[in-house]
Design a binder for this molecule. Sequence first.
Ligand SMILES: [Zn+2]
Ligand SMILES: [Zn+2]
Length: 224
Amino acid sequence: MADRAEDAILSRGIQSMLGNLCLFQIMELLPRKPVTATGPSLVRIDAEQCGTAPVELSLQNGKCVIGSSRGKSRKIRSQTPLAAIICRPGNGADDYSWFLIPRWCLLTVNGVRPLGLAALDAGAILACGHWRWLVTSQWAPSPRPVPEALAKRECPVCGGELGLAPIVRCQCGRYYHLENPRDRDNPALLNCYLSGPCGLCGAEPSLESKLFPEPDEKLLSPFT
Ligand SMILES: [Zn+2]
Ligand SMILES: [Zn+2]
């Protein structure tokens, strides 16, 4: 029965995310203690890491870390198992669906205690005790070869087939040619991505990596 419920969740075709899942630590609810000035921390899990087994996450000194103390030496028993993360390829070339198996009964996803398995969508909030994390992805505008499934699609800027040059995926999911960002002024190159804001999401072209969705400032310092 539980297996069937899990299959149903896994095959739902949840909102896709990129090939990595990041947990960005946000507000810490410790009203009686001063908030420690260690700054936000980020845990990144790549789809390949989830290839054979779920990636275990633990809580250690108030930080989410990759790894589990289950069955390990006493030395790392200060870790509390938090959750295991599963990744499944989605429909598109770069789409992945992410899921969580709770390992701690206090863990919630968007305020709800997951039973056996919960889908993790971009922008969800994980919470456990005093701690909160935003579910996000790290996006980097690096050109890459065109997967076969995309080769015949049109570039939204030049109208040519995407297969003509390396491509980049905007944070919103739209693909553009990006032949060589280091030679951006060369008119002979198909650097369509750099020609202006994305026609779909309006994002300015950027060669910096960033989080998508980006954590809102209000989530970082709720007491100011
Ligand atoms: Zn183009
Ligand atoms: Zn876009």
